[in-house]
Write a protein of this length. Structure first.
Length: 277
């Protein structure tokens, strides 16, 4: 049974965001695949919503269907049963109103930073003058000013992911979907990127759905953390994270933060699949 827990905390911005309308809604959504051995259930019935401007993370053991769930929200794969909507409209096919950031930055080596971001405009047929102006604004917002003409090989892994985030935001999507965007980075760079993502999110006011294996990353960034069980994936619990924003890295050493991570980690201890992060 799914549980939604909220630890005693002083009121924060999350209280007002809790009153925001639902942007993404899932009702009894399942996913299965056909194989030679028969039907393989990837996701058991899932029901939850994500509100406007909310930052939600999903954690769970490898193979539980986290990335599959993200693909369903993006409309890249069809659901098997249930209903799923974005902005009140049924999700059927690839969604134009989402931006996606993958674990790899997937930048074109022969295009510089600005041109990699503008690839989004070219593919979508956006007015180039307007797109270029917005791209320069995103570059500044992401702390990349001065690197517009640099090529991917001239950037660190963290900077490449900032470019990827800018590209995903260029067409002003309602939702930013992120699938382990910092999983390949070293620990120090990952913490730095957590701070950068929080800052970009607070400034852009986008709705974010983050897939991650890192419990501390999920707690640090999120308004809510959804915990998934082993395959076939289901929702084991949903936790409201009431920590003041903006959150410095020092918050990770506070009793409240440690309480959240310990409580969430207990799910994986019980399943025998504790994540190392």
């Amino acid at each position: 049974m799914t549980t939604a827990l909220k630890f005693p905390q002083a009121a924060t911005h999350s209280a007002s965001r809790a009153q925001a309308p639902a942007l993404i809604e899932l009702r009894e959504v399942t996913k299965h695949y056909s194989s030679r051995e028969g039907k393989m259930q990837a996701l058991q019935p899932l029901s939850f919503n994500i509100r406007e401007e909310e930052f939600v993370s999903i954690v769970g053991p490898s193979g539980c269907g986290k990335s599959t769930l993200l693909k369903l929200v993006a409309g890249l794969e069809p659901i098997s049963s249930g209903t799923m909507t974005l902005s009140g409209s049924r999700i059927a096919g690839p969604q134009k109103n989402v931006g996606i950031v993958f674990q790899s930055a997937v930048l074109l080596a022969w295009r510089n930073v600005l041109d990699n971001i503008l690839l989004q405009a070219e593919m979508r047929g956006m007015p180039m003058a307007t797109a270029r102006k917005h791209a320069l604004h995103l570059i500044e917002m992401a702390g990349l000013k001065g690197f517009e003409k640099k090529f991917p090989w001239q950037l660190s892994g963290g900077m490449q992911q900032r470019v990827s985030i800018c590209r995903a935001l260029l067409h002003e999507p309602a939702v930013l979907l992120m699938d382990e965007p910092f999983g390949a980075l070293d620990a120090m760079t990952r913490e730095s990127m957590n701070l950068e993502l929080q800052r970009i999110w607070l400034e852009s006011k986008k709705t974010v759905l983050l897939i991650t294996h890192s419990i501390s990353e999920a707690v640090f960034l999120s308004d809510r953390v959804i915990v998934m069980s082993e395959r076939p994936g289901s929702i084991a619990a949903i936790y409201d994270i009431d920590l003041p924003r903006p959150r410095p890295l020092e918050v990770m050493a506070t009793p409240d933060f440690l309480h959240y991570t310990k409580t969430i980690r207990a799910h994986f201890n019980a399943q025998g699949s504790l994540d190392a992060h």
